[in-house]
Design a protein around this ligand. Structure first.
Ligand code: FAD
Length: 337
């Protein structure tokens, strides 16, 4: 006999866990099925931190980030855990006017700073003549967030879903340990979602890429803001713990198969090291560690959030999905109400 559940969530990354959290708050009884472990290093959600920011040129992202900010605060209260460290974001835009026009329209605070002021306040060296400092930004503590979202929901690890079979009044999920019948399956399977959904006839227009990030020790253990340098290949930096800064180059990785072991891209590590040495005062120009992480991107970096009968598709990455997770979770729950 197949096991019966209310809602099955495929994927225990931040998207699946946030969806399960929101579904439980809406009175549903989700079961999260994760093929590895929560916090695994094969997908997209591992590590200590991700950038949180309201600063986007497109108002829809600002509004979604504002929605997420309130929900992160609710999750912090609920879990008794600090999840956001808001040391601000120094945005080094190509066109500050486009960004500040959106921030004005969305009633979002910012300061315009010259390079000398950026260096004096943040120890960050830049030749960008008009930086936009956004105070309601910084990092979300990624590892803690996964724990907080997952705390109140049933998560089954080492449970790979091989197939989804929609039928009259629900959907059957085939796993190595048997079948599970659910009223609805939420597919939040990151880089693995496309082939899983293709077997049920759903085309998910995403490409997984393997991105490289490098970690550097700062000369002094000071709180650094998050940084996005749009004029330099969209290189970004964020704190990754005391005295540690993580540096990556947005959308610089090659298409990949998520089941293949990934190796960091040495050219990206060299580029990140040169950028970091120019921007910060480092203890050493050599990275203390490097790692890879998967992006699962649509062509326009928007998310796919759709219901196809008993299957809900939730693909929220394109390299910027973490910050929005609680809001995305709420929108998933709304698709089931
Ligand atoms: C280098 C890098 C830097 C980033 N920086 C930022 C940032 O600064 N700010 C920001 O907001 N976002 C950032 N992101 C994006 C953010 O991390 C992702 O949007 C987010 O982690 C996506 O989570 P996910 O749950 O969709 O995918 P994943 O974390 O990959 O989770 C999917 C899970 O599904 C499981 N799974 C897959 N198939 C199955 C199956 N068949 N059965 C069972 N389980 C399955 C997988 O094992 C995996 O654990 C970054 C991403 C990367 C890679």
């Amino acid at each position: 006999m197949a096991e019966r559940v209310d809602v099955a969530v495929v994927g225990g990354g931040v998207t699946g866990l946030a969806a399960a959290w929101a579904l439980a708050r809406a009175g549903r009884e989700p079961l999260v099925l994760e093929q590895f472990r929560v916090g695994n290093t094969h997908g997209s959600s591992h590590g200590a931190t991700r950038i949180f920011r309201l600063a986007y040129e497109e108002p829809e992202w600002v509004l979604l980030a504002q929605e997420a900010l309130g929900l992160w605060r609710e999750l912090e209260r609920e879990s008794g855990t600090a999840l956001l460290d808001l040391n601000g974001l120094v945005d080094l835009p190509v066109d500050a006017a486009a960004l500040t026009a959106t921030l004005d329209a969305c009633d979002t605070a910012y300061e315009l700073l010259g390079p000398a002021e950026v260096e004096r306040r943040f120890g960050l060296v830049t030749d960008c003549c008009k930086a936009v400092f956004q105070p309601e930004a910084g990092v979300v503590r990624a590892d803690r967030a996964l724990q907080a979202f997952g705390a109140g929901v049933h998560v089954r690890e080492a449970a790979r879903v091989r197939a989804l079979v929609p039928h009259g009044d629900g959907v059957r999920l085939e796993t190595d340990d048997g079948s599970i019948e659910a009223e609805v399956a939420v597919v939040a399977a990151g880089a693995w979602a496309k082939p899983l959904l293709a077997r049920t006839g759903i085309d998910l227009p995403v490409v997984p890429t393997r991105e490289t990030v490098a970690y550097f020790r700062l000369a002094r253990d000071r709180a650094v803001p998050s940084v996005i340098d749009y004029g330099n290949r969209e290189t970004y930096a964020l704190t990754a713990g005391p005295g540690l800064v993580k540096v990556g180059v947005h959308h610089s990785g090659p298409p990949t198969d998520p089941d293949e072991p990934g190796v960091p891209d040495e050219a990206i590590v060299r580029f990140a090291a040169a950028w970091a040495a120019g921007a910060f005062s480092l203890a050493s120009p050599e990275p203390v560690s490097v790692e890879t992480c998967l992006y699962t991107s649509t062509a326009d970096t928007r998310f796919v959030l759709e219901r196809h009968g008993p299957v809900v598709v939730c693909s929220a990455c394109s390299g910027h999905g973490f910050k929005f997770a609680p809001a995305v979770g709420r929108h998933v729950a709304a698709l089931l109400s």
